[in-house]
Write a protein that binds this ligand. Structure first.
Ligand SMILES: *[C@@H]1O[C@H](CO)[C@@H](O)[C@H](O)[C@H]1NC(C)=O
Ligand SMILES: *[C@@H]1O[C@H](CO)[C@@H](O)[C@H](O)[C@H]1NC(C)=O
Ligand SMILES: *[C@@H]1O[C@H](CO)[C@@H](O)[C@H](O)[C@H]1NC(C)=O
Ligand SMILES: *[C@@H]1O[C@H](CO)[C@@H](O)[C@H](O)[C@H]1NC(C)=O
Ligand SMILES: *[C@@H]1O[C@H](CO)[C@@H](O)[C@H](O)[C@H]1NC(C)=O
Ligand SMILES: [Fe+2]
Length: 471
């Protein structure tokens, strides 16, 4: 190497210019968070934990949960479990400003899984609700009756503000409990949770002990009985265990959790869409076939042109296995689905894709990688203002712990990554702006770990990548 004193003035100038350019690049480039989390083992809460307590009373309804029940937000599916006997199949409900109580009836089902027998699982769809209205509802009508409430979304419209929470890969550890507590205590109140898959992790127990599906249902009730969670299926919903004779994929999930798939012309509960306030949300299934000619492929091909950005400006996609993620854990598992659908996401200008599966947090730049055609060799992600931002939010806090090993160096498409548990909030303000923030469990309300303004791809398709240092 040339000694420093022999540098000519011009090479000194070039060197300094290089340093400056380098600095600019670093400032606008990727970042791996400097936050170093103490890595502890995640531990499932014991069966006698407060959050798993069975509600008192004969045949008391438990594991109460709601989700959207139609395509536009005027119906709600109420589900619950009774253990002693089937009990009433009805929900009594009334709006806040009305004394007139109505009844809706549904179905009761049970299932067996290896040597486990489920309780009586109830599903009732309440229809023709008024928008933007608080409703009270009661379940367990003949014996122990329990009361809850929910608020319907405002009517669909381009400038309707609405706040979504994002949670993924939750499980039932002490960390899961922290994530849910933080989500619930957040001063920016999430009105609906977009859940990106992997609910109970019961399949980590011997024989997939389905008792852990029941405990999860009781644990999540304190949020999901009061606001809808929009379900995506993950690999932990498969519960495929031929060694114990369980060969029907998604069996426990399918009996316990419903989705309004028929309302969006889907033929399967695992992929569907809903409209809510100013958002059109498409849920995809990473573990159902999506190759050409498959039902999911055919459905998505018809679904994307149906999205009306003049009515629902925000196009959000949920899936379990991420397409863009630079963690070593599950690396490239989402690649085959990316190859099938990414060009459609760019064509239809999806605003944001939320995924889970990798137990860490990561946010991408707006990039696409759709030029490759086998012979041209053009196969690197490039900046693309019509492309979605990909956010990995599989950091709910399950028993498998954090995915702390990243690929090195950090790829340029990766804007921010950190292996911590947490949740996020996507806060739609109007047709052009949404404020997004991720919150790690270690901080109080004051600390924003990652946040940025989203500019809508249809109404405001300017560059919204985050300038350096703007938290
Ligand atoms: C199911 O089988 C396992 C293993 O044989 C046993 O430990 C468990 O107690 C059984 N559960 C029920 C509900 O019978
Ligand atoms: C449950 O409700 C039914 C129908 O009203 C009634 O006959 C029964 O006695 C109740 N059981 C208990 C234990 O309260
Ligand atoms: C879970 O969190 C809630 C609310 O913060 C708390 O009351 C409860 O004691 C926690 N339970 C466990 C087992 O950590
Ligand atoms: C949309 O919301 C953003 C952020 O709150 C605000 O700056 C902007 O003025 C709003 N646009 C309109 C048309 O109100
Ligand atoms: C609550 O949400 C806000 C805004 O989305 C976020 O910045 C903050 O970190 C969150 N706080 C907590 C305690 O979760
Ligand atoms: Fe997963």
């Amino acid at each position: 190497m040339r000694p420093f004193q022999r540098l000519s003035f011009s090479s000194f100038l070039l060197l300094s210019l290089g340093l400056v350019l380098n600095l600019v690049f670093v400032c606008n480039g990727s970042s791996t968070s400097i936050f170093v989390r103490k890595v502890e083992k995640s531990i499932d809460m014991p069966l006698d934990s407060d959050v798993f307590r069975v509600p008192p009373g004969y045949n008391a309804p438990q594991q109460v949960h709601i989700t959207q029940g139609d395509h536009v937000g005027k119906a709600v599916i109420v589900s619950w479990v009774t253990e002693d006997e089937p009990g009433s199949d009805a929900v009594r409900y009334w709006s806040e400003n009305s004394k007139h109580k109505k009844l809706a009836k549904g179905k009761i089902e049970t299932y067996r899984y290896f040597n486990y027998s489920s309780g009586f699982i109830h599903h009732v769809t309440i229809r023709n609700l008024k928008y933007n209205t608080k409703y009270y509802y009661e379940v367990g009508l003949r014996n122990t009756t329990r009361q809850f409430w929910f608020t319907t979304p405002p009517a669909i419209g381009p400038d309707v503000p609405y706040t979504f929470g994002l949670i993924g890969d939750l499980g039932q550890t002490f960390d899961s409990n922290r994530t849910l507590s933080h989500y619930q205590s957040n001063s920016t109140k999430g009105q609906t949770v977009l859940f990106v898959g992997d609910l109970s992790y019961a399949d980590n127990y011997p024989n997939h002990d389905n008792v852990r599906w029941d405990t999860w249902g009781r644990f999540a009730e304190r949020s999901v009985a009061y606001q809808p969670w929009i379900w995506t299926v993950g690999n932990h919903e498969l519960d495929f265990a031929p060694e114990i004779g369980e060969t029907e994929p998604f069996k426990p999930f399918s009996h316990r959790y419903q989705t309004p798939y028929k309302a969006s012309q889907s033929t399967s509960p695992f992929w569907y869409s809903i409209k809510r306030a100013s958002a059109h949300i498409i849920v995809l299934a990473s573990y159902s076939a999506y190759g050409k000619y498959t039902p999911q492929y055919a459905w998505l091909e018809e679904e994307l042109p149906r999205v009306n950005r003049k009515k629902t400006p925000w196009l959000i996609v949920l899936m379990h296995s991420p397409w863009y993620n630079s963690n070593s854990y599950h690396y490239m598992e989402g690649e085959t689905m990316r190859v099938m659908f990414e060009s459609w996401f760019v064509k239809y200008k999806v605003d944001v894709v939320f995924a889970g599966h990798v137990h860490a947090y990561e946010r991408s730049e707006r990039v696409s990688n759709i030029a490759y055609n086998i012979v041209n060799g053009i196969c690197a992600p490039v900046k693309d203002l019509s492309a979605p931002v990909y956010i990995n939010i599989g950091d709910g806090g399950n028993i498998e712990g954090l995915a702390t090993k990243y690929t090195q160096p950090q790829p340029e498409y990766s804007a921010f990554r950190e292996a911590s548990f947490g949740h996020a909030i996507f806060d739609i303000k109007n047709r052009t702006h949404a404020y997004y923030s991720w919150h790690r469990n270690q901080d109080g309300d004051a600390v924003k770990s990652d946040s940025l303004w989203f500019f809508n791809r249809f109404w405001n398709p300017v560059d919204d990548s985050k300038p350096h240092g703007s938290h």
